[in-house]
Design a protein around this ligand. Structure first.
Ligand code: NAD
Length: 257
Protein backbone atom coordinates (compact mmCIF):
# COMPACT_ATOMS: atom_id res chain seq x y z
CA UNK A 1 0.00 0.00 0.00
CA UNK A 2 1.24 3.43 -0.95
CA UNK A 3 0.22 5.34 2.22
CA UNK A 4 0.64 2.58 4.81
CA UNK A 5 0.48 3.99 8.39
CA UNK A 6 0.24 7.58 7.14
CA UNK A 7 -2.21 10.18 8.47
CA UNK A 8 -3.84 12.55 5.99
CA UNK A 9 -5.95 15.64 6.65
CA UNK A 10 -8.20 16.56 3.72
CA UNK A 11 -10.21 19.78 3.65
CA UNK A 12 -13.38 19.94 1.58
CA UNK A 13 -13.76 16.17 1.96
CA UNK A 14 -17.57 16.10 2.15
CA UNK A 15 -17.84 15.85 -1.63
CA UNK A 16 -16.06 15.95 -4.97
CA UNK A 17 -12.27 15.69 -5.12
CA UNK A 18 -11.87 15.66 -1.33
CA UNK A 19 -14.23 12.73 -0.79
CA UNK A 20 -12.76 10.65 -3.63
CA UNK A 21 -9.29 11.32 -2.28
CA UNK A 22 -10.31 10.31 1.24
CA UNK A 23 -11.59 6.99 -0.11
CA UNK A 24 -8.50 6.32 -2.22
CA UNK A 25 -6.01 7.33 0.51
CA UNK A 26 -7.83 5.07 2.98
CA UNK A 27 -7.64 2.16 0.55
CA UNK A 28 -3.89 2.81 0.37
CA UNK A 29 -3.54 2.50 4.16
CA UNK A 30 -3.90 6.08 5.46
CA UNK A 31 -6.02 7.27 8.38
CA UNK A 32 -8.07 10.26 7.32
CA UNK A 33 -9.25 13.48 8.95
CA UNK A 34 -12.25 14.58 6.91
CA UNK A 35 -12.63 18.37 7.22
CA UNK A 36 -15.57 20.37 5.93
CA UNK A 37 -18.45 22.67 6.94
CA UNK A 38 -20.99 20.29 5.44
CA UNK A 39 -21.50 17.96 8.42
CA UNK A 40 -23.82 15.53 6.69
CA UNK A 41 -21.48 15.03 3.74
CA UNK A 42 -18.46 14.77 6.02
CA UNK A 43 -20.06 12.11 8.18
CA UNK A 44 -21.07 10.23 5.03
CA UNK A 45 -17.44 10.30 3.82
CA UNK A 46 -16.38 8.85 7.18
CA UNK A 47 -18.97 6.07 6.82
CA UNK A 48 -17.74 5.33 3.30
CA UNK A 49 -14.12 5.12 4.49
CA UNK A 50 -15.13 2.80 7.32
CA UNK A 51 -17.04 0.58 4.90
CA UNK A 52 -13.77 0.14 3.02
CA UNK A 53 -12.17 -0.96 6.29
CA UNK A 54 -10.35 2.35 6.86
CA UNK A 55 -10.13 4.80 9.77
CA UNK A 56 -11.56 8.31 9.53
CA UNK A 57 -12.51 11.21 11.78
CA UNK A 58 -14.83 14.07 10.85
CA UNK A 59 -13.87 17.55 12.05
CA UNK A 60 -16.08 20.51 11.28
CA UNK A 61 -13.80 23.41 10.40
CA UNK A 62 -14.24 26.54 8.33
CA UNK A 63 -10.87 26.87 6.62
CA UNK A 64 -11.25 30.67 6.57
CA UNK A 65 -11.08 30.72 10.40
CA UNK A 66 -7.76 30.41 12.22
CA UNK A 67 -9.20 28.80 15.36
CA UNK A 68 -10.93 26.12 13.26
CA UNK A 69 -7.73 25.29 11.38
CA UNK A 70 -5.75 25.06 14.61
CA UNK A 71 -8.44 22.72 15.94
CA UNK A 72 -8.50 20.42 12.88
CA UNK A 73 -4.77 19.82 13.18
CA UNK A 74 -4.90 19.38 16.98
CA UNK A 75 -7.72 16.82 16.69
CA UNK A 76 -5.82 14.93 14.01
CA UNK A 77 -2.74 14.64 16.21
CA UNK A 78 -4.71 13.71 19.32
CA UNK A 79 -6.72 11.03 17.46
CA UNK A 80 -4.14 9.55 15.10
CA UNK A 81 -0.90 10.64 16.80
CA UNK A 82 0.62 12.58 13.88
CA UNK A 83 0.08 14.28 10.52
CA UNK A 84 1.91 13.21 7.35
CA UNK A 85 -0.19 14.54 4.47
CA UNK A 86 -2.04 17.87 4.34
CA UNK A 87 -4.44 18.31 1.41
CA UNK A 88 -5.68 21.92 1.36
CA UNK A 89 -8.52 21.31 -1.06
CA UNK A 90 -11.63 23.16 0.18
CA UNK A 91 -12.81 25.86 -2.18
CA UNK A 92 -15.81 27.68 -3.51
CA UNK A 93 -16.86 29.04 -6.88
CA UNK A 94 -19.60 31.61 -6.21
CA UNK A 95 -22.44 32.08 -8.67
CA UNK A 96 -22.09 35.89 -8.29
CA UNK A 97 -18.35 35.80 -9.03
CA UNK A 98 -18.16 37.51 -12.41
CA UNK A 99 -16.02 40.21 -14.04
CA UNK A 100 -14.26 43.02 -12.15
CA UNK A 101 -17.05 45.52 -12.77
CA UNK A 102 -19.94 43.41 -11.57
CA UNK A 103 -18.43 41.28 -8.78
CA UNK A 104 -19.41 42.63 -5.36
CA UNK A 105 -16.67 43.21 -2.81
CA UNK A 106 -18.40 40.79 -0.46
CA UNK A 107 -18.08 37.94 -3.01
CA UNK A 108 -14.42 38.81 -3.60
CA UNK A 109 -13.68 38.70 0.15
CA UNK A 110 -15.58 35.46 0.70
CA UNK A 111 -13.79 33.71 -2.17
CA UNK A 112 -10.31 34.92 -1.22
CA UNK A 113 -10.91 34.06 2.45
CA UNK A 114 -11.83 30.45 1.72
CA UNK A 115 -9.75 29.63 -1.37
CA UNK A 116 -6.55 31.51 -0.55
CA UNK A 117 -6.47 32.39 3.16
CA UNK A 118 -7.81 28.89 3.84
CA UNK A 119 -4.68 27.38 2.30
CA UNK A 120 -2.46 29.78 4.28
CA UNK A 121 -4.20 28.85 7.54
CA UNK A 122 -4.02 25.13 6.74
CA UNK A 123 -0.26 25.54 6.31
CA UNK A 124 0.13 27.85 9.32
CA UNK A 125 -1.14 25.15 11.66
CA UNK A 126 -0.36 22.06 9.56
CA UNK A 127 3.35 22.69 8.92
CA UNK A 128 4.38 22.50 12.63
CA UNK A 129 2.58 19.14 12.79
CA UNK A 130 4.40 17.90 9.69
CA UNK A 131 7.68 19.05 11.26
CA UNK A 132 6.84 17.08 14.42
CA UNK A 133 6.24 14.02 12.20
CA UNK A 134 9.66 14.43 10.56
CA UNK A 135 8.32 15.76 7.26
CA UNK A 136 5.47 15.15 4.88
CA UNK A 137 3.59 16.21 1.79
CA UNK A 138 1.33 19.22 1.31
CA UNK A 139 -0.98 19.38 -1.68
CA UNK A 140 -2.81 22.62 -2.42
CA UNK A 141 -5.68 22.54 -4.89
CA UNK A 142 -5.28 25.36 -7.40
CA UNK A 143 -6.86 25.17 -10.87
CA UNK A 144 -6.07 25.44 -14.56
CA UNK A 145 -7.53 28.97 -14.31
CA UNK A 146 -4.39 29.92 -12.38
CA UNK A 147 -2.57 29.38 -15.69
CA UNK A 148 -5.09 30.59 -18.30
CA UNK A 149 -7.73 33.28 -18.49
CA UNK A 150 -11.25 31.83 -18.62
CA UNK A 151 -13.84 33.12 -21.06
CA UNK A 152 -16.58 32.71 -18.46
CA UNK A 153 -15.43 35.32 -15.93
CA UNK A 154 -14.89 34.42 -12.28
CA UNK A 155 -12.42 37.08 -11.25
CA UNK A 156 -12.15 36.33 -7.52
CA UNK A 157 -11.85 32.58 -8.05
CA UNK A 158 -9.15 32.98 -10.70
CA UNK A 159 -7.18 35.41 -8.53
CA UNK A 160 -7.48 33.12 -5.50
CA UNK A 161 -6.08 30.15 -7.45
CA UNK A 162 -3.21 32.24 -8.82
CA UNK A 163 -2.38 33.09 -5.22
CA UNK A 164 -2.45 29.42 -4.23
CA UNK A 165 0.02 28.62 -6.98
CA UNK A 166 2.56 31.30 -6.05
CA UNK A 167 2.19 30.60 -2.32
CA UNK A 168 2.84 26.91 -3.03
CA UNK A 169 6.16 27.70 -4.71
CA UNK A 170 7.37 29.82 -1.80
CA UNK A 171 6.27 27.28 0.81
CA UNK A 172 8.12 24.58 -1.13
CA UNK A 173 11.35 26.57 -1.16
CA UNK A 174 11.16 27.52 2.52
CA UNK A 175 10.47 24.00 3.77
CA UNK A 176 12.49 21.92 1.28
CA UNK A 177 15.26 21.11 3.79
CA UNK A 178 12.72 19.95 6.36
CA UNK A 179 11.60 16.98 4.27
CA UNK A 180 8.32 18.78 3.58
CA UNK A 181 7.23 18.85 -0.06
CA UNK A 182 4.57 21.30 -1.25
CA UNK A 183 2.90 20.94 -4.63
CA UNK A 184 -0.15 22.44 -6.30
CA UNK A 185 -2.71 20.25 -8.03
CA UNK A 186 -4.19 22.10 -11.01
CA UNK A 187 -7.34 20.29 -12.12
CA UNK A 188 -8.99 21.06 -15.43
CA UNK A 189 -12.77 21.43 -15.65
CA UNK A 190 -14.45 18.55 -13.80
CA UNK A 191 -17.87 17.00 -13.97
CA UNK A 192 -18.54 17.83 -10.33
CA UNK A 193 -21.41 19.61 -8.63
CA UNK A 194 -19.25 22.72 -8.22
CA UNK A 195 -18.58 23.34 -11.89
CA UNK A 196 -21.84 21.99 -13.27
CA UNK A 197 -23.82 24.41 -11.09
CA UNK A 198 -21.57 27.29 -12.20
CA UNK A 199 -21.85 26.30 -15.89
CA UNK A 200 -25.59 25.95 -15.46
CA UNK A 201 -26.70 25.98 -19.10
CA UNK A 202 -25.80 23.63 -21.93
CA UNK A 203 -24.44 26.65 -23.83
CA UNK A 204 -22.00 27.50 -21.00
CA UNK A 205 -20.89 23.87 -20.74
CA UNK A 206 -20.24 23.62 -24.46
CA UNK A 207 -18.30 26.87 -24.33
CA UNK A 208 -15.91 25.28 -21.81
CA UNK A 209 -15.94 21.82 -23.38
CA UNK A 210 -14.85 23.08 -26.77
CA UNK A 211 -11.46 24.03 -25.28
CA UNK A 212 -10.66 20.58 -23.87
CA UNK A 213 -8.73 18.44 -26.38
CA UNK A 214 -10.06 15.24 -24.80
CA UNK A 215 -13.61 16.49 -25.42
CA UNK A 216 -14.92 15.69 -21.94
CA UNK A 217 -14.92 16.99 -18.38
CA UNK A 218 -12.61 15.29 -15.89
CA UNK A 219 -13.74 13.20 -12.92
CA UNK A 220 -13.05 13.77 -9.23
CA UNK A 221 -11.62 10.22 -9.09
CA UNK A 222 -8.97 11.21 -11.62
CA UNK A 223 -7.85 14.04 -9.31
CA UNK A 224 -7.72 11.64 -6.36
CA UNK A 225 -5.25 9.46 -8.27
CA UNK A 226 -3.05 12.48 -8.96
CA UNK A 227 -3.25 13.54 -5.30
CA UNK A 228 -2.23 10.02 -4.25
CA UNK A 229 0.95 10.27 -6.28
CA UNK A 230 1.76 13.68 -4.80
CA UNK A 231 1.04 12.43 -1.28
CA UNK A 232 3.15 9.26 -1.58
CA UNK A 233 6.92 8.82 -1.66
CA UNK A 234 6.65 8.07 -5.38
CA UNK A 235 6.86 11.85 -5.95
CA UNK A 236 9.83 12.19 -3.55
CA UNK A 237 11.86 14.56 -5.79
CA UNK A 238 8.94 16.82 -6.67
CA UNK A 239 8.27 20.05 -4.82
CA UNK A 240 7.06 23.53 -5.72
CA UNK A 241 5.45 22.18 -8.87
CA UNK A 242 2.17 22.87 -10.57
CA UNK A 243 0.79 19.41 -11.29
CA UNK A 244 -1.60 19.96 -14.18
CA UNK A 245 -4.28 17.30 -14.73
CA UNK A 246 -6.58 18.91 -17.25
CA UNK A 247 -7.41 16.81 -20.33
CA UNK A 248 -4.97 19.00 -22.28
CA UNK A 249 -6.81 22.31 -21.87
CA UNK A 250 -3.66 24.30 -21.00
CA UNK A 251 -1.76 22.73 -23.93
CA UNK A 252 -4.32 23.69 -26.54
CA UNK A 253 -4.44 26.69 -28.81
CA UNK A 254 -7.09 25.18 -31.08
CA UNK A 255 -8.77 21.90 -30.19
CA UNK A 256 -9.64 19.21 -32.75
CA UNK A 257 -13.24 19.15 -34.04
P1 NAD B 1 -17.00 20.46 -4.19
O1 NAD B 1 -17.90 21.64 -4.08
O2 NAD B 1 -17.59 19.12 -4.44
O3 NAD B 1 -16.07 20.36 -2.91
C1 NAD B 1 -15.64 21.47 -2.16
C2 NAD B 1 -15.86 21.17 -0.69
O4 NAD B 1 -15.32 22.26 0.07
C3 NAD B 1 -17.34 21.04 -0.30
O5 NAD B 1 -17.55 19.84 0.41
C4 NAD B 1 -17.58 22.25 0.57
O6 NAD B 1 -18.56 22.05 1.58
C5 NAD B 1 -16.21 22.49 1.16
N1 NAD B 1 -16.03 23.85 1.65
C6 NAD B 1 -16.48 25.01 1.09
N2 NAD B 1 -16.17 26.04 1.87
C7 NAD B 1 -15.51 25.55 2.95
C8 NAD B 1 -14.96 26.15 4.11
N3 NAD B 1 -15.01 27.46 4.31
N4 NAD B 1 -14.34 25.34 5.01
C9 NAD B 1 -14.30 24.00 4.82
N5 NAD B 1 -14.83 23.37 3.74
C10 NAD B 1 -15.42 24.15 2.83
O7 NAD B 1 -15.99 20.82 -5.37
P2 NAD B 1 -14.67 20.11 -5.94
O8 NAD B 1 -14.75 20.20 -7.40
O9 NAD B 1 -14.41 18.81 -5.30
O10 NAD B 1 -13.59 21.19 -5.46
C11 NAD B 1 -12.46 20.87 -4.69
C12 NAD B 1 -11.36 21.84 -5.05
O11 NAD B 1 -11.03 21.68 -6.44
C13 NAD B 1 -11.72 23.31 -4.88
O12 NAD B 1 -10.63 24.01 -4.32
C14 NAD B 1 -11.96 23.77 -6.30
O13 NAD B 1 -11.76 25.15 -6.45
C15 NAD B 1 -10.95 22.95 -7.06
N6 NAD B 1 -11.20 22.80 -8.49
C16 NAD B 1 -12.36 22.29 -8.96
C17 NAD B 1 -12.55 22.19 -10.34
C18 NAD B 1 -13.84 21.67 -10.90
O14 NAD B 1 -14.01 21.73 -12.12
N7 NAD B 1 -14.76 21.13 -10.10
C19 NAD B 1 -11.53 22.56 -11.22
C20 NAD B 1 -10.35 23.07 -10.71
C21 NAD B 1 -10.18 23.18 -9.34
Amino acid sequence: MRLQDKVALITGASSGIGRETALLFAQEGASITVVDINDEGGQETVRMVEQLGGRALYVRADVAKAADCQQMVAQTESTFGKLNVLFNNAGIMHSRDDNAMTTEEEIWDLTININLKGVFLGCKYGIPALQRAGGGSIINTASFVALLGAATPQIAYTASKGGVLSMTRELAVIHARENIRVNALCPGPLRTEMLMSFLNTEEKRQRRLVHIPMGRFGEAKEMAKAALWLASDESSFMTGAEFVVDGGITAAYVTPE
